[in-house]
Design a binder for this molecule. Structure first.
Ligand code: HEC
Length: 145
């Protein structure tokens, strides 16, 4: 909606400015896509444990030994700074599991790379996993209080 208004306001300006407006609208759409990807992925993969608002009170939380992390206070716990890099590593999990042994939180870096029969070789699972994890990190950033 914001991007749409931007394009409308460009209507009377020379072509070069209109083009800049269209590019800005494109960038806005890209951001929305990222947010949606993160939101959808969160609902599919994370909500069951971390809960609809990210507070760690999802329906499966009761079956775990460890309470799922409250994802709304990550920045507060880190001196007000949202730790983007660390979070991507925590969600991916492959490095951390190698260092600390088992954890209750699934290792998404492995899950997202499970090859789909017949697709392997044509599809870049590494890039897809990274895109999902980046989108999730941005989604969680939006949950901060
Ligand atoms: C099976 C339940 C479960 C699911 C599903 C799950 N988590 Fe977790 N998560 C946990 C638990 C339990 C912890 C606490 C740390 C541990 O396991 O050692 C945790 C911790 C975290 C942390 C660490 C927070 C911090 O400050 O270090 C992040 C980030 C996180 N989860 C994100 C996610 C995301 C994103 C998804 C979905 C892709 C997800 N979790 C799915 C159970 C789950």
């Amino acid at each position: 909606m914001r991007a749409f208004r931007k394009v409308q306001s460009m209507a009377g300006l020379p072509a070069a400015f209109a083009l800049a407006g269209l590019l800005a609208a494109g960038a806005g759409a890209q951001e929305n896509d990222d947010f949606h990807l993160g939101e959808i992925e969160y609902e599919i993969s994370c909500l069951s444990c971390h809960g609809i608002d990210g507070r760690g009170d999802g329906p499966d939380a009761a079956h775990l030994d460890k309470k799922p992390a409250d994802l709304t206070s990550i920045a507060r716990a880190n001196g007000g700074v949202f730790p983007t890099e660390r979070l991507a590593l925590v969600i991916d999990g492959r490095d951390l599991v190698a260092a600390h042994g088992a954890r209750e939180m699934p290792v998404w870096g492995e899950r997202y790379r499970v090859p789909v029969p017949g697709v392997e070789g044509e599809f870049d699972f590494e890039a897809d996993a990274r895109a999902k994890i980046d989108a999730l990190v941005r989604y969680i950033e939006g949950l901060q209080e």
